[in-house]
Design a protein around this ligand. Structure first.
Ligand code: ZN
Ligand code: ZN
Ligand code: FE
Length: 740
């Protein structure tokens, strides 16, 4: 008996080969009807045997093309037949197309990789091979609707062969906008260190230069990398010197997972993440200590090749390469040929460039694997601009984020579009890029925000930017935003217990906060608890010169800090309170502890002390230190802990053991704090947010501990826990305020 199926699919199903996929599937099941794009996805009407229609419903989500993202399917059956005699793809109107979501850039697919390596294929060895299932998207799109004329492929008219594939619904390249071949598409070329183009196969020339120990600039998807051999310490140190990047870890690109295993422990879940089509940099534990010249902590960031160009560059003879963003200390990643040739003079020994323009910068994403999924340190290429879908409609808001790990969010209906990683706004070029990207996103997603949200901090450049917009502005407390970011990340409503731990954020009382337990929701919050504020002799200088914090910890705990260089001056500052602000930042406590443990007395980047303390910690240690938790707000008094730490160090205990016990104490304190909050409020949902939760030692223990006590624990899943995720929380709070 024949029936009619009406089906609506919401999600990213346009411009990703979804309709041709449905066309094939429908034909296999012998069904008739039509499909067309609609504002939130696609809709179709199909007629055929009920059994076949149900099979199709099951097959759709399972077999959908890799770029498609099915968020929701609504369907209904009816006996009223229209009598369709064929299956048609109906044309959509312009207006419908304008609501299209944009796909992120996706790594080369298996089919294209096979063709790339197949001598008989017409695209053999062609570094820009792509199809509907793979290739560049976000980084080449200038405007919507998504078609070639509105991408940086507009200057490459298709040859007849490509045109034929593009128009053939049976072909994998049907309506693949960036489709091309070596007759009609972009080309690569190699220039020497002086910027002179060399004759010959660009990729081979680059390979030769790399093998001989050169530093080569390689243009990728969202920007330009600097690549060099990973196994030559002198060379890597030379790269650091030229790039003025003192100590931050470098990422490596590995030919395959087997190569990654030579340096790191790779679990099956991590392997899956490495091989996922988003191809993030995955932070993996080193197999054994060492390779400090690549990364000074216990992790190495590894990624697999993601463009055909990368696959051609690497090989048996080049199994791994250092791949670091080409930029000069804190400027945005370079993305233009002219810029690279001008600014990398003296840094790169050669340039492997191409003539397909990058429209939008997009850095590599960076994450750990946690419970089988990404846990982001940086959500960027491969993920942006996939929207976060909320369960309810939101006002249209531009949330401007923080300052150092800047990123913004724009909302429309149920969607929140979060920008790629933008960087530290204190840099002029970064600020300019940030401004341009807000315009780009507004245009791309057709959003004119009715209000803006920003941090309360008057000096953040994102705050100044928000103030300049001339629309209603809602200022949000930093840690309230962290907590709400985690809530929104997990689609929570109502009230929660929020642990917001980070380096610093401006508090309501004008001091720096960052070791907070808040209670509340999007509508407001109460400061339930915090860590005992620590004096920072010299203010911001103590963020880098962390032995100042060690001094402060010692003196506050009734111990003598005289052995620390500069003690006399610091003591004066403590006594007079002059240039000695208070901070309840968890990051500062970590930094001070790192200095106490002798791990480090100076930092070259924010959070370095905490990262190294984590790396030093003994893994199997269960012990912890005494501490006090009292008062209202509930204050974590760490002085007993500091005294115990110093005693153990004096008794000759290793820094690794003391570091582990220090973090175990914090885990215990967090659980006790949550317990106290539950007693008072009856709430049992705990949200973990803020940069300190990038500490994987804590992240592998605290959630478990809280769950064992009957809490429901929420941590970040879709956005970063650090300040990059701040805009999401700001947006939700602004939305709540606009409604009240
Ligand atoms: Zn492909
Ligand atoms: Zn062609
Ligand atoms: Fe923060």
């Amino acid at each position: 008996m024949k029936e009619r199926l009406s089906l609506r699919i919401h999600g990213i199903v346009q411009g990703v080969g979804f309709r041709p996929f449905v066309h094939k599937l429908v034909r296999n099941y012998g069904l008739h009807g039509y499909i067309r794009n609609c504002s939130s996805g696609v809709e179709m009407e199909l007629e055929g045997e009920r059994e076949k229609l149900e099979e199709l419903l099951r097959a759709l989500p399972e077999k959908a093309p890799s770029l498609a993202l099915i968020q929701d399917m609504e369907h209904s059956f009816s006996r009223e037949l229209q009598g369709f005699e064929s299956f048609e793809i109906m044309r959509s109107s312009r207006e419908e197309l304008n609501n299209t979501l944009v796909s992120p850039d996706i790594c080369i697919c298996d089919d294209c990789l096979r063709e790339l390596r197949d001598r008989s294929d017409r695209r053999y060895g062609y570094p820009f091979i792509n199809c509907t299932n793979c290739g560049p998207r976000f980084t080449i799109i200038k405007d919507l609707p998504y078609d070639r004329a509105k991408t940086s492929m507009d200057v490459f008219p298709m040859c007849p062969d490509c045109e034929r594939e593009y128009g053939d619904i049976e072909n994998r390249r049907y309506h693949a906008q960036p489709d091309c071949c070596d007759k009609c598409g972009p080309r690569v070329f190699y220039l020497d260190g002086e910027g002179k183009e060399l004759w010959g196969d660009g990729i081979q020339l680059a390979r030769e230069r790399l093998k001989k120990g050169g530093i080569v600039a390689v243009k990728g998807l969202g920007g330009i990398h600097l690549a060099c051999r990973w196994d030559d310490e002198r060379l890597v140190r030379e790269l650091r010197r030229r790039k003025q990047r003192d100590e931050k870890p470098f990422a490596l690109m590995c030919r395959d997972v087997e190569c990654a295993r030579k340096l790191c422990l790779v679990s099956p879940a991590e392997e899956k993440l490495l091989e996922s089509c988003q191809r993030p940099i995955v932070l993996l534990r080193k197999k054994e200590p060492g390779l400090e010249y690549l990364s000074e902590n216990g992790y190495l960031g590894l990624m697999l090749p993601y463009t055909p160009l990368h696959y051609l560059l690497m090989g048996e003879d080049i199994p791994m390469l250092v791949m670091t963003s080409a930029n000069l200390s804190d400027t945005p990643i370079m993305y233009k040929n002219s810029e690279a040739l001008r600014d990398l003079r003296g840094i790169a020994d050669g340039f492997l460039l191409h003539d397909r323009e990058i429209q939008t910068r997009c850095d590599d994403s960076l994450c750990w694997e946690l419970e089988g999924k990404e846990y982001f340190a940086r959500r960027s290429r491969g993920y942006v601009p996939y929207p976060l879908t909320m369960r309810r409609e939101l006002k249209s808001i531009l949330a401007c984020g923080a300052e150092q790990k800047a990123s913004f969010c724009l909302s429309r209906g149920n969607y929140i579009f979060q920008s790629q990683h933008i960087g530290d706004l204190k840099n002029m070029e970064t600020l300019e890029n940030y401004r341009q990207q807000t315009e780009h996103f507004k245009k791309l997603f057709d959003i004119e925000p009715e209000a803006a949200a920003c941090d309360m901090h008057p000096d953040y450049l994102s705050t100044a930017f928000a103030e300049s917009l001339g629309i209603p502005l809602i200022k949000v407390q930093h840690h309230h935003a962290h907590m709400c970011s985690c809530m929104a990340d997990n689609s929570l409503e109502g009230e929660v217990i929020g642990l917001a731990w980070d380096g610093t954020g401006l508090g309501l009382d004008g001091t720096a906060w960052g070791g907070e337990c808040l209670i509340g929701g999007y509508g407001g919050f109460e400061r339930f608890g915090h860590i005992l504020p620590l004096a920072m002799p010299g203010g911001d200088r103590a963020v880098k010169e962390i032995d100042r914090l060690a001094f402060s910890l010692l003196e506050a705990s009734g111990l003598d800090g005289s052995q620390i260089a500069g003690a006399g001056i610091y003591r004066k500052m403590l006594e007079t309170g002059l240039n000695c602000p208070l901070s309840s930042g968890m990051g500062r406590l970590f930094d001070g502890a790192a200095a106490l443990l002798g791990i480090r007395s100076q930092c070259s980047y924010e959070g370095q002390g905490a990262v190294l303390l984590e790396a030093a910690a003994a893994q199997e240690e269960e012990g912890l230190y005494p501490y006090r938790l009292e008062g209202r707000p509930l204050v974590f008094d760490w002085r007993e802990m500091i005294r115990a730490m110093v005693r153990e160090l004096e008794e000759g205990q290793g820094a690794g053991l003391v570091a582990a016990r220090f973090m175990n104490t914090l885990v215990d304190m967090a659980a006790e704090t949550a317990e106290a909050a539950r007693r008072e409020t009856g709430l049992d949902r705990v949200c973990l947010s803020g940069g300190s939760f990038q500490n994987m030692y804590i992240m592998r223990r605290l959630p478990e501990r809280l769950r064992a006590r009957g809490f429901r624990v929420y941590r970040h899943r879709r956005v970063s826990c650090n300040d990059e995720g701040l805009a999401l929380g700001q947006l939700m709070i602004a939305d709540a305020r606009l409604r009240s």
